[in-house]
Design a protein around this ligand. Structure first.
Ligand SMILES: O=c1ccn([C@@H]2O[C@H](COP(=O)(O)OP(=O)(O)O[C@H]3O[C@H](CO)[C@@H](O)[C@H](O)[C@H]3O)[C@@H](O)[C@H]2O)c(=O)[nH]1
Ligand SMILES: [Mn+2]
Length: 558
C-alpha cells in the first residue's frame, strides 16, 4: 500500500562529512600540539593545562554533536493519499492549550490561538479544544466565553475562503489579506468588526480586572467565582462552553462546532501544583470523560496554528501502515514571529529546527519540546511498545451526556488530591519534578520502545512569541540548561537509563542538551584566560608566521 509519508536524506550530507573529517583532524592536531608543548612550571603551565582541558572538553562535545549532524533526514507527507484512503473517517483529536496568567499572557492573544486551533481543516465534530487556566481567572473564562460566540462566525469564514493563517489577530493585522471583491469585502468587514469588538471587550475587562455584573447572567459558569478564591487557592472548575455533540450547537453556516472546554484545576497552597506538567495531566483526565480522543495535541497559549493542515499531516505519520504503529508522537518545530532584527539572542533556534532535530529523527526521533506536539493518548498514559498492539483509532466519547453531570465528574478528576498514591506524574502522563518536564517525558517514551517523528513543513505549523529582552532570554535558557543538566545527572541520564533501550547516537543527541550547562565553564575559561594571558604576556597559542613579499616576519604576542 502506498505510504502516507516519505523519508529522504537531507542534501549536502557528503559535503558535511568531508567538512567534519577536516574538523576532526584539526581537533587532533590542536590536542597534539597542546600535549607536546606544555611550558615549564612557572611559565604559564597551569593556564596551558587548563586550555588543554577545555580543548579536550570541546573535542568531546563536538563528537557528541556529530550524532545530530551526521545524517539528518526530512519527512514529507501525502495528505491527498490520507484523504483518498480515509475520507472523513479520521480519529478524534483533543487539543490542549495551557495558559497561566492573564497579565503576562493577554487573554485576547490566547483567544486568537484558541480560534486558530478551532479552525483547523478537520471535521469539527472530531475536534475538541481544551483551555487550561492555571491562573484560575474569571477574566480568562470571560474571554473564552466571548470566543465561543465569535467562533460561530470565524470558523465558517475561514472555511469558505480557505484563509491562512487562522488566527484572527494575525490574519486581520495583515492588510494584504483585505479582499478586492466587494461581496467578499463586505463579509470580511463584518467578521473583522465582530473580532475587533470582541477583542476590545476582552481587553477592557482585563484592564478593569473584573467582569461586569450584567455579563455574568449570560453563562452559568461565571457563578464558579462567586465563592471568592484566588489564583493559588480555589476549587476545580470545568465548564463545557460548546458541546460538539449537541445538535443545536451550530455555527452561522449551519455546521457543527468543535467542543470547547474551560478548565482550571484545583489549587491549594499546601499542595504542589507541578506547573505545566500538572496542568497537562489534569487535562488528560478531564478530557477522558468528555471526549477521550486517541490523539492529543498540545500548544502553549502564545503559539497559534499557522497551517490549518497540521492535524492531517500528523495523521499521515500515525496512520501509515508500515511505520505508524511505532510512532508515539509527532513534534513540530517552535517558530517565532517576533525575532529582533539581527536575532541577537539567538532565539530563532535555526540550528535546532533545521539541523539537530532532523538529525535526531534518524536515530529514533526528536525530543518532546512541550508545544506543537501530537501524542497518542495511550502512550502518553504509560503504554510500552509492543508490535502486536493495535491502536483503536475509533475510540472516543461520541454520545451526548448531560453536561452538568459530565462537568461534575470532570471536576473530581481535577482536584489536588486526585493524584495521591497514583502513578500520575511518574508512569502516567507528563513527569513531575523537572524544569523541562517535556524532555524527560519524551525520553521515557523513547525508552519504552517508541519512536517519534519530526515534521517541519515549508509552511510553519505553529508560530509563537519568543523572549524579547535579555533577562527573559537568560531566564528561559537557565531553565532549559538547568533542566536538561539535571536529567543528565539523575537516574534518567540518557547514557545509563537509555542504555540498551535507545541507540547510542540517540543517547548522545539527548546528552547534547544535557551538557549545555557544563559547556559554559570551558567556554568561560576559553574567553577569559587567553585574554588575561595576553595582558600578562603568557603565550597560550602558537606563534603566527606571516610571509610578506621577501622577508619572513616572526610575530609574537609579547
Ligand atoms: O504553572 C504553569 C506554568 C506554565 N504554564 C504554561 O506553560 C507554557 C510554557 O510556559 P512558558 O513560561 O511560556 O515557558 P517557555 O520557556 O516559553 O516554554 C518552553 O519550555 C517549556 C519547558 O521545556 C515547555 O514546557 C514549553 O512548551 C516551551 O515552549 C505556557 O503556555 C504557560 O501558560 C502552565 O500552564 N502552568
Ligand atoms: Mn513561552
Amino acid at each position: 500500500m502506498a505510504r502516507l509519508f516519505a523519508t529522504e536524506k537531507a542534501g549536502g550530507s557528503a559535503l558535511y562529512k568531508l567538512h567534519a573529517v577536516t574538523v576532526f583532524a584539526g581537533i587532533c592536531l590542536v590536542l597534539c600540539y597542546r600535549a607536546t608543548h606544555v611550558p615549564a612550571a612557572g611559565a604559564g603551565r597551569a593556564a596551558w593545562l587548563g586550555m588543554l582541558a577545555a580543548e579536550l572538553w570541546f573535542g568531546f562535545y563536538w563528537v557528541i554533536t556529530q550524532s545530530v549532524r551526521w545524517c539528518p533526514i526530512r519527512r514529507r507527507t501525502f495528505k491527498d493519499r490520507l484523504a483518498a484512503r480515509y475520507g472523513d473517517r479520521l480519529p478524534c483529536v483533543d487539543i490542549f492549550v495551557c495558559t497561566a496568567d492573564p497579565q503576562s499572557e493577554p487573554p485576547s492573544l490566547v483567544m486568537a490561538t484558541v480560534l486558530s486551533l478551532m479552525a483547523y481543516n478537520y471535521p469539527p465534530e472530531k475536534l475538541n479544544v481544551y483551555l487550561s487556566d492555571d491562573g484560575g481567572s474569571i477574566l480568562t473564562f470571560y474571554a473564552l466565553w466571548e470566543t465561543s460566540a465569535f467562533a460561530k462566525h470565524w470558523l465558517p469564514f475561514c472555511r469558505r475562503y480557505n484563509i491562512e493563517p487562522r488566527s484572527p489577530a494575525v490574519y486581520f493585522a495583515d492588510s494584504d489579506n483585505k479582499p478586492n471583491d466587494p461581496r467578499t469585502l463586505e463579509e470580511w468587514s463584518v467578521v473583522k468588526d465582530l473580532y475587533e469588538g470582541m477583542t476590545e471587550r476582552i481587553d477592557s475587562v482585563v484592564r478593569s480586572g473584573k467582569v461586569p455584573e450584567e455579563m455574568k447572567v449570560n453563562h452559568k459558569g461565571f457563578s464558579e467565582w462567586n465563592t471568592g478564591g484566588t489564583s493559588k487557592d480555589h476549587h476545580p472548575i470545568v465548564q463545557i462552553l460548546i458541546d460538539g455533540k449537541d445538535k443545536g450547537a451550530l455555527d452561522s453556516g449551519g455546521n457543527v462546532l468543535p467542543t470547547l472546554v474551560y478548565m482550571a484545576r484545583e489549587k491549594r497552597p499546601q499542595y504542589h501544583h507541578n506547573f505545566k506538567a500538572g496542568a497537562m495531566n489534569a487535562l488528560i483526565r478531564v478530557s477522558s470523560v468528555i471526549s477521550k480522543s486517541p490523539i492529543i495535541m498540545n500548544v502553549d497559549c502564545d503559539m497559534y496554528s499557522n497551517n490549518s493542515d497540521s492535524i492531517r499531516e500528523a495523521l499521515c505519520f500515525f496512520l501509515d501502515e508500515e511505520m505508524g504503529h511505532k510512532i508515539a508522537f509527532v513534534q513540530y518545530p517552535q517558530n517565532y514571529s517576533n525575532m529582533t532584527k539581527n536575532n541577537i539572542y539567538g532565539n530563532s533556534f535555526s540550528v535546532i529546527n533545521q539541523v539537530e532535530f532532523a538529525g535526531l529523527d534518524t536515530w529514533g526521533g526528536p525530543l518532546y519540546i512541550g508545544t506543537g506536539c501530537f501524542h497518542r493518548r495511550e502512550i502518553l498514559c504509560g503504554r510500552s511498545f509492543n508490535k502486536d498492539y493495535k491502536e483503536d483509532w475509533d475510540q472516543g466519547i461520541k454520545t451526548q451526556h448531560r453536561i452538568d453531570q459530565t462537568e461534575e465528574k470532570a471536576k473530581s478528576l481535577a482536584t489536588c488530591t486526585y493524584e495521591h498514591n497514583t502513578q500520575w506524574g511518574n508512569e502516567i502522563g507528563l513527569k513531575y519534578g523537572c524544569p523541562v518536564e517535556d524532555v524527560i517525558t519524551g525520553l521515557t517514551i523513547h525508552c519504552r520502545g517508541w519512536e517519534s517523528v519530526y515534521n517541519n513543513p515549508p509552511r510553519a505549523a505553529f508560530i509563537g512569541v519568543a523572549p524579547t529582552t535579555i533577562s527573559q532570554t537568560i531566564l528561559q535558557h537557565k531553565r532549559w540548561s538547568e533542566g536538561n543538566f539535571s536529567i543528565f545527572l539523575s537516574k534518567y541520564c540518557p547514557f545509563f537509563f537509555g542504555h540498551g533501550k535507545i541507540r547510542l547516537p540517540h543517547q548522545m543527541g539527548y546528552c547534547l542538551y544535557g551538557l549545555w550547562a557544563p559547556n559554559s565553564l570551558p567556554t568561560l575559561y576559553y574567553v577569559l584566560i587567553p585574554s588575561l594571558g595576553l595582558l600578562k604576556g603568557t603565550p597560550l597559542f602558537p606563534e603566527v608566521c606571516y610571509m610578506t613579499s621577501h622577508i619572513s616576519v616572526s610575530y609574537d604576542l609579547h
